[in-house]
Write a protein that binds this ligand. Structure first.
Ligand SMILES: [Zn+2]
Length: 137
């Protein structure tokens, strides 16, 4: 097993489907058949009702912007080379709230509630979900 750089996620047997789907441009969520709710980050049991009847489902990729912060300084590699960037929390259409990054939107154009759509950024061996404006697609 090769060591994962500090900035990249560890991929294990449980999260492998998530990263495989991301590499193909699809965002996966965990969906609970018992209470019909989706959650993120992925867990092996439902965080709402504790059921283990939880499966992967493909998300629509649609989200709205809940909040954000423009990061101008980060000393942790590789983020220092990326500043400024927009660290954000988005509300996925399926319900879960997700920490991510907004890309391709000028700082002055960011608005609470703006419609976003998932995109994927190649980051080493993995594709990381980020969000861009839905209206520019
Ligand atoms: Zn549940």
């Amino acid at each position: 097993m090769t060591a994962t750089p500090a900035n990249l996620p560890d991929v294990d047997a449980f999260t492998r489907p998530y990263w495989d789907a991301a590499a193909e441009g699809h965002l996966l969520l965990r969906h609970c058949a018992a209470c019909d709710r989706a959650h993120h980050y992925p867990r092996e049991f439902c965080p709402y009702c504790w059921s283990e009847d939880v499966r992967w489902e493909r998300a629509s990729g649609r989200a709205t912007l809940y909040t954000w912060s423009v990061v101008h300084r980060n000393d942790l590699p590789p983020f220092g080379e990326r500043v400024p960037y927009v660290a954000a929390v988005v509300d996925l259409a399926e319900g879960p709230r997700m920490m991510t990054e907004v890309v391709g939107v000028a700082e002055g154009d960011l608005r609470i509630g703006m419609e976003l759509r998932v995109a994927f950024r190649e980051d080493g061996d993995v594709a990381v979900p980020v969000f861009g404006s839905a209206s520019e697609r």
